[in-house]
Ligand binder design. Structure first.
Ligand SMILES: Nc1ncnc2c1ncn2[C@@H]1O[C@H](COP(=O)(O)OP(=O)(O)OP(=O)(O)O)[C@@H](O)[C@H]1O
Ligand SMILES: [Mg+2]
Length: 278
């Protein structure tokens, strides 16, 4: 793709684990004689993503979504294949690359647990060499929009999950990244907090026009925010296309009289069919 922000060629990632037998004696035996298992977390992946696209990455637990995001943000190395992200090889983790991207892992905190968020943001501003006054204006403005400005001075560990996630989002946007990897930014949140974050991201996208890969197990997030859908099953991308095309083509395949499914239903059905085919 001309001017692609992300381009991968046969990008693969295996995880090698070993079977740990139960019992002390077997554990000792296993020390010399290990039974290795290879898990193909990402099978040859060829992707091309253009500037400003909002990609919804969906798949069952263990499908390989986080693995793909970790590769594209350079947190892990591939087993084979190549990737070019914003003109860089992500796992070289060059500062010019890192200042342009952001990876938010909803299942892991990236801010300092014992610090109030305002202090974490201040540290991040130093790390990214941002103007301290402008950075502070920015985190306050973002916090207002996420309706959490009165929690900026509370230690992160004293916040609720939803409040913490809002702080994580602010932290991930502080340096105005062009490319955002959002791995389950609404995980475990109540419907109101989910909606607040969704509306916030929707507005943010319109204003700042970043490129985003978003994963979520809540299909409302994907339906409302994404324009392109990537479906993953057991390490492979099994659908790549416009959200609307996917919905329409699935609806067209339904026999007359068959009940209509909502977006979540259509995706679940497709992924179940994929799984049973393998
Ligand atoms: N550090 C690791 N060591 C060994 N295996 C791993 C490791 N990380 C992931 N895997 C395996 O790789 C596969 C893909 O995992 P991944 O975390 O990418 O899935 P996911 O699609 O993000 O799932 P979820 O929706 O549960 O977050 C899984 O089978 C998982 O067990
Ligand atoms: Mg994951």
């Amino acid at each position: 793709m001309e001017g692609a922000v992300i381009q991968t060629h046969s990008l693969c990632r295996d995880y090698k684990t070993y079977k740990k037998p139960s019992g002390i004696l077997n554990s000792i035996k296993g020390f010399w004689n290990r039974d290795y298992l290879t898990r193909h977390a990402l099978r040859p992946c060829n992707l091309s993503i253009g500037r400003g696209q909002i990609i919804g990455l969906v798949g069952a637990n263990g499908a390989g979504k986080t693995t793909l995001l970790k590769l594209l943000s350079g947190l892990i190395h591939p087993t084979s294949g190549t990737a070019e992200v914003l003109g860089h090889v992500p796992w070289q983790r060059k500062p010019e690359f890192l200042t342009k991207i952001s990876l938010l892992l909803g299942q892991k905190s990236q801010l300092w647990w014992d610090l109030p968020s305002a202090d974490s943001f201040s540290l991040l501003a130093e790390i990214y060499e941002l103007d301290p006054v402008k950075a502070k204006e920015r985190w306050i403005a973002l916090a207002k929009r996420l309706r959490c400005e009165d929690q900026l001075d509370i230690q992160l560990r004293r916040l609720s999950l939803g409040e913490r996630m809002k702080m994580e989002i602010i932290g991930s946007l502080l340096h105005e990244p062009q490319l955002l990897f959002l791995d389950e930014p609404t995980i475990g949140l109540d419907v109101v907090a989910q909606e607040t974050i969704r509306d916030f991201l929707d507005e943010y996208v319109k204003e700042s026009q970043p490129t985003i890969i978003l994963t979520s197990h809540y299909m409302d997030d994907i339906f409302e925010l994404a324009d392109r859908l990537l479906l993953m099953s057991q390490g492979s991308i099994v659908f790549d296309g416009e959200v609307d095309d996917f919905v329409q083509s699935r609806a067209a395949q339904r026999a007359q009289g068959e009940e209509d499914l909502d977006f979540e239903g259509v995706i679940r059905e497709f992924l179940e069919e994929e799984q049973s085919r393998r």
